[in-house]
Unconditional design. Structure first.
Length: 303
């Protein structure tokens, strides 16, 4: 099983992260199971005193509903709110991400939680045997729930120096990119494009142009729009990915603003003023073409 996998965060930052090994995932799972059984034991004790004496059918029905809610709801709620981390994963330093490296959402956590309860671990999973076998057969240690949800578990603690420059919007392509329907872009193709933009300066000009043009044609076919005349492949791919990232950021900001409006930020101590959020810095410089490619007037922005 491969120990490393180049992934990209939701902020379009390329990270050389290690794929989580089976041992670390098993440890995180064990910690989560301890928490879940503690919750089950506490709830069972509460039901013992709350349910009328002698009504065993009601007690068993409530207990069954509680088991499903805790075994499925616990990972779903934690992974949704913490963007891919349960309590066990927090302790071990793991995170669930999409196959393109972006943060997971509720639907990903729900699919993983349901598959984990039904297939991987409990109902049909033979107490985790199915998850172990599938993970050992997967190159990235993915279980059934990861395949169904399109996710991957990675280590959060990246080696020093693993960060690369963020992908910026090439000047002049902002208006054109804003009109694209990016929901049709596959995650795997987005990941391949990000990896190309992170590495194209290491390639020869001929190889960079050939690979970039092939990726640009695939992205254009997926989006239903051709590469604009005069726009080099690297600029086309950078515009698509930067716009995709900006829309993800806009959705996240809207959700944060709605939450902040519903519950204003509390002051750090009595009488203190609420602290403002971080101030965004200047945008990074746009990517540059590989060595040997002319940089003067690299393309004419589409109308």
């Amino acid at each position: 099983m491969h120990e490393e996998s180049e992934l990209v965060t939701g902020e379009a930052v390329v990270l050389d992260l290690r794929v989580a090994k089976l041992a670390s995932r098993a440890l995180a799972m064990a910690l989560d199971v301890l928490v879940q059984f503690a919750l089950l034991l506490t709830a069972a004790m509460v039901f013992t005193f709350a349910v009328p004496v002698g009504d065993e059918s009601l007690f068993l029905a409530l207990l069954l509903v509680l088991v499903v809610l805790i075994m499925v709801g616990y990972p779903v709620v934690f992974e949704t709110l913490s963007r891919g981390r349960s309590l066990g994963k927090m302790a071990v330093g793991l995170r669930v991400v999409r196959v393109d490296g972006g943060p997971i959402r509720f639907r990903h956590a729900l699919v993983r939680g349901l598959a984990g309860f039904v297939v991987d671990f409990w109902a049909l999973g033979l107490f985790g045997a199915v998850a172990v076998i599938v993970s050992l057969c997967s190159s990235n240690g993915r279980r059934v729930g990861d395949f169904l949800a399109g996710t991957l578990v990675v280590r959060e603690r990246a080696p020093a120096g693993a960060l690369h420059a963020a992908i910026a919007m090439p000047p002049g392509l902002e208006g054109w990119a804003a009109q694209l329907d990016l929901t049709r872009l596959p995650d795997a193709l987005a990941l391949a494009s990000r990896q190309f933009l992170a590495r194209f300066q290491e390639l020869s000009p001929e190889a960079s142009h050939a690979l970039g043009w092939g990726l640009a044609q695939q992205v254009g076919n997926a989006l239903g729009t051709p590469v604009p005349p005069g726009v080099p492949p690297w600029a086309f791919l950078a515009a698509v990915l930067a716009e995709r990232r900006n829309r993800d950021h806009a959705r996240a900001f809207q959700a944060y603003a709605a939450q902040a409006q519903a519950q204003p930020m509390a002051a750090p101590w009595p009488g203190a003023q609420p602290q403002p959020g971080p101030v965004a810095g200047p945008p990074p410089d746009p990517p540059t073409p590989p060595s040997g490619t002319p940089v003067a007037n690299p393309f004419t922005p589409p109308s």
